[in-house]
Design a protein around this ligand. Structure first.
Ligand code: DDH
Length: 286
């Protein structure tokens, strides 16, 4: 047990659980990043619903959304950290884990503030269908991400998270990794989007994705239809080109936009205290 508010102690323990030789590519990192993103990416600016505050994914309404399939692995990895530092809320732990994982995998430092609560306001629960569908195109991406308050450049920067991790046929139905080294954060995803030939492949399940098979290394990499859409839409493509040639710029922009993602729906006073939540009001508590 650490002192309440000792986020440094929590960061240290998250970093220590990253190495998971039995899991996927040997790292818990990518699925932790996806947990942070899905906890926050339900936000709707217009109705001020969804977002990371409340950690609603603990409950069936949100956790059972097919878009969140597989994220229980991330939550299970983090459970010993929650046990040890029981003062931390799940909402803080999940978002902090994403930020720590990105840094541990060689990515940028991302600004993060604590204070989220685990109080779920029923009236703010996000309906299903707020997270993106990889089978769709550029219009869908705009519809999903403009709703959260992101612009085209931010959509492309955020998509660079697909440098990490992989698709699992038993989770999303898609299969494979985007890059050769999926536990190393870089701008490789953007470079491969532009430099390789991507051909459509229909999986046994009938799901369509894009693949590139490299004869020399006998490895197959993949892209989702939504990833390919970034190269086909003029406004998106110019940022794919920018981030493919300028890794520093990608790291800077990604850092800013991921920090924005995990703050969606959160209002703070001058001292950084969250003002738009009421932990005493009842509802679900951790
Ligand atoms: Fe993603 N993502 N994502 N993604 N994502 C998947 C995996 C990972 C989409 C679909 C999928 C972001 C944007 C999009 C990560 C981070 C981020 C999978 C595979 C699908 C499908 C899941 C599975 O089978 O296990 C789509 C569509 C979009 C979009 O439209 C833009 C964003 C914004 C992020 C982010 O973090 C900022 C990560 C990391 C993974 C790898 C997870 C793992 O277990 O490995």
């Amino acid at each position: 047990m650490s002192k309440k508010g000792d986020f440094e102690a929590v960061r240290k323990d998250i970093a220590e659980l990253m190495h998971q030789p039995e899991y996927d590519d040997g790292s818990a990192g990518p699925v932790l990043v996806r947990l942070a993103w899905h906890s926050a990416g339900t936000f709707d600016a217009e109705t001020d619903t969804g977002g990371s505050n409340g950690a609603g994914m603990r409950y069936e309404a949100e956790g059972g959304d097919p878009a969140n399939a597989g994220l229980q692995h991330a939550r299970v990895f983090l459970e010993p950290v929650k046990d040890k530092h029981s003062w931390i809320t799940y909402a803080d732990l999940w978002t902090l884990a994403g930020v720590v994982a990105i840094k541990e995998m060689g990515g940028p430092t991302i600004a993060w503030k604590g204070g989220r609560t685990d109080y779920v306001d029923d009236s703010k629960l996000p309906p299903r269908g707020r997270l993106p569908d990889g089978a769709k195109g550029a219009d869908h991406l705009r519809w999903i991400f403009y709703r959260m308050g992101f612009n085209d450049q931010e959509i492309v920067a955020l998509s660079g998270a697909h440098n990490l991790g992989r698709c699992h046929s038993d989770r999303s139905g898609f299969e494979g990794a985007w890059v050769n080294n999926p536990t190393q954060f870089s701008n490789q995803y953007f470079r491969l989007l532009l430099s390789l030939q991507w051909r459509k492949k229909t999986l046994k399940s009938g799901i369509e994705q894009f693949v590139n098979f490299d004869e020399d290394s006998e490895t197959e990499l993949m892209m989702l239809p939504t990833d390919i859409a970034l190269t086909q839409d003029k406004s998106f493509r110019k940022y794919v080109e920018l981030y493919a040639r300028d890794k520093e710029r990608f790291f800077e922009d990604f850092s800013r936009v991921f920090a924005k993602l995990v703050e969606l729906g959160i209002q703070r006073d001058a001292d950084g205290n969250i003002t738009n939540t009421d932990n005493e009001k009842g509802g679900y508590h951790a």
